[in-house]
Design a protein around this ligand. Structure first.
Ligand SMILES: [Zn+2]
Length: 150
């Protein structure tokens, strides 16, 4: 099959949007390449392929980057509040735990999806599209890949 000149070797469109546009599309759960198709199939699972431009989004492996950036950002946003409340009201430790633990969990859960969208957009934009990482690992419960398979 002849290669489409409008696609790179991984199957992504060769003309990328500006970084800011790609990040905004990812944060809004849209395909970073075209902005039309959905990015996610579920809470965090990527669609295999964009329904509009057929970019193979499912090949991009964000791995631990989205939770890392989520915790980094949420920690820096909420931690000053923890210190401020402690300095002003000095509540009991159980009050801190009752307030901050659920708040951190809720905010991180809400932030993880848009952050993953932005990480995927960033990876697509800089060319980390999965073609250099070999085939996808088998789903849990399936036998591991044979030794020596890169
Ligand atoms: Zn698309």
């Amino acid at each position: 099959m002849p290669m489409d000149p409008r696609r790179d070797a991984a199957g992504f469109p060769v003309t990328h949007p500006p970084v800011g546009v790609a990040l905004a599309r990812g944060a809004m759960f849209r395909c970073p390449a075209c902005g039309q198709g959905k990015l996610f199939n579920g809470y965090l699972r990527l669609v295999d392929e964009c329904s509009a431009c057929h970019a193979p989004l499912g090949r991009i492996r964000a791995d631990d980057a989205p939770p890392y950036f989520t915790i980094l950002v949420v920690g820096h946003v909420l931690l000053p509040g923890v210190f401020l409340v402690e300095k002003i009201w000095r509540p009991e430790m159980w009050v801190h735990m009752a307030i901050w633990l659920p708040l951190f969990a809720i905010v991180c859960t809400l932030m993880l999806r848009p952050v993953k969208g932005m990480v995927v957009a960033w990876m697509m934009r800089i060319g980390l599209t999965g073609d250099d990482q070999g085939p996808r690992l088998p789903a849990p419960g399936l036998p591991p890949r044979p030794a020596g398979d890169a």
